[in-house]
Design a protein around this ligand. Sequence first.
Ligand SMILES: Nc1ncnc2c1ncn2[C@@H]1O[C@H](COP(=O)(O)OP(=O)(O)O)[C@@H](O)[C@H]1O
Ligand SMILES: [Mg+2]
Length: 304
Amino acid sequence: MEDQATRLRKLVERKISGGAGGLQKETAQGGTSMPLPGGARVIAVTSGKGGVGKTNLTVNLAIALGKKGKRVIIVDADLGTANVDVLLGTSSRNTLLSLARENVQLEDVLIRGPYGVSYISGGSGMEHAGELTVMQRQMIFSKLSACDEWADIILVDTGAGVGRNVLDFIMASDEVLLVITPEPTALTDGYAVLKSYRQLEATQPIRLVVNRVYDMVESTETASKLICTAERFLHMELKSLGFVFDDASMMKAVRRQVPLLAAYPDSLAAKCVEALANSLLSGRPQRVKLGWQGFLRKFFHNMH
Ligand SMILES: Nc1ncnc2c1ncn2[C@@H]1O[C@H](COP(=O)(O)OP(=O)(O)O)[C@@H](O)[C@H]1O
Ligand SMILES: [Mg+2]
């Protein structure tokens, strides 16, 4: 496992030192949103368990970042349930794994999807990704490295857990967004993921997104539980990027196969995603203007 991760890391390091011309890459800590030549910011979106909202967050973040003028590519690397195209209501013929074939190039698999979202589909058959030879994997990764020219930000939807394929993508990324929910199981699974990063000596900044919270207090409490535990037992420094409200609009959007930001741009969850995008670009804490919807939600919640 470590060997694999190390190989991928080296490959990516070579790409960075070759492509970015010695310039420092954009990081959240740096707080700059200036795109640097040949240096897309690669952000893995992951979680300890499935169904916490990674794919919805990835797709909607891509739309929000796109609205702010960023060129974003999603790599759907969820080997078990690749479903970025399902959320977008599209499908694609070529997939990430097609890149293992010599005659298939990046532009054959890079889909210019609806809502301004460009993505590379995981597609079906991704469960066989583990069977790829090292040569094939390297071919995929080196072709993917050309995404740098097409994007300022690359969001990698990695799938859940600590399987080899998930960790490979995480170790190869610049930054990690770990999606959790306030459920105790999501928290313990999130902790298990962090433990694996620790074992692999991951050095990327890891930030939490607490999805499906009822209010900001719940978000802060959930995030600080994991932040404190990681600090105490794993000596890892975690930061919180922000939160997304539990919002029925999300479910409705999924059913319609239209991303939340397109279907319900004024919903509370959509506002949270926009704020997350701001925070991702500025490095400053997420500030959500809740407006009338938020007022009503708080008001009626406080009544009982
Ligand atoms: N903020 C939210 N509010 C309400 N429901 C949500 C929210 N985020 C996700 N969901 C629900 O969770 C389901 C799973 O989300 P998805 O993004 O596919 O998770 P993952 O990619 O982590 O498996 C969605 O279909 C949606 O119904
Ligand atoms: Mg998913």
